[in-house]
Design a protein around this ligand. Structure first.
Ligand SMILES: *Cc1c(COP(=O)(O)O)cnc(C)c1O
Length: 215
């Protein structure tokens, strides 16, 4: 499936991120050998371990919820953190970026689903943070866009609606707060819903099971 999904994403100008959580090094290596270089993990511990065991030119993304006390482990090398959903976490990423003398690009995760378990800023809380707190001083955390997860449901209308909501939030944030060229990423779409996500404006999809599962 990798080759088909990769060419579909290329045709649509969308970045394909391969979600390698719970996969063995051999499985990941197979996809790497097909040319893939961007992989994502949702747990810091697994990410660190895989980074040490797999080729050094892999670009690693973090897509899962991130505890403040773990930022230091990924700060030296992480390519993109998709899961900034709290101002204190944002500040800690800035602190670790300075300590490592590098920029740490991030996305703001926004809650768009009905599911209780999904993380992310409630949009109104996020705009309040952006209006009231001193995020502009967090110079080493370039915010490149937004990330969101749709509800786990068979209802395609609902999923489409949630992706449209995220796209609207992105446009509004870009207009009101981040009027710059590097605010450009909408990370949305997984195995079950990436076709809809791309139709609704995704620029980066995060796909795991559909790539690794054999049918
Ligand atoms: C696991 C995961 C994915 C990939 O899900 P699949 O259904 O395996 O494609 C994408 N995004 C996040 C945040 C995940 O945790």
């Amino acid at each position: 499936m990798y080759t088909e999904i990769n060419s579909y994403c290329k045709e649509h100008g969308v970045t394909l991120l391969v979600v390698s959580k719970m996969r063995t090094n051999a499985e990941i290596r197979n996809i790497y050998d097909l040319g893939q270089r961007e992989f994502a993990e949702n747990r810091v511990q697994d990410l660190i371990q895989k980074k040490t065991e797999l080729p050094v030119d892999i670009q690693w993304h973090l897509i899962g919820s991130l505890q403040r006390n773990k930022v230091k482990f990924i700060a030296p090398f992480i390519t993109l953190i998709h899961s900034v959903d709290d101002f204190k976490l944002w500040q800690e990423i800035q602190r670790q970026a300075l300590l490592n003398d590098r920029m740490i690009p991030c996305l703001l995760q926004i809650k768009i689903s009905q599911d209780e378990t999904k993380n992310g800023f409630v949009f109104e809380e996020l705009t309040q943070v952006l209006q009231e707190l001193d995020w502009r001083s967090l110079t080493h955390v370039p915010i490149q866009g937004v990330m969101g997860m749709a509800s786990l449901t068979q209802n395609e209308f609902q999923v489409r609606n949630e992706f449209q909501t995220l796209k609207n939030h992105f446009d509004q944030l870009k207009h009101d707060f981040f009027d710059q060229d590097n605010f450009k990423t909408i990370s949305m779409g997984m195995s079950s819903d990436y076709l809809i996500a791309i139709e609704e404006g995704s620029t980066m999809v995060r796909i795991g099971s559909k790539i690794f599962e054999q049918f």
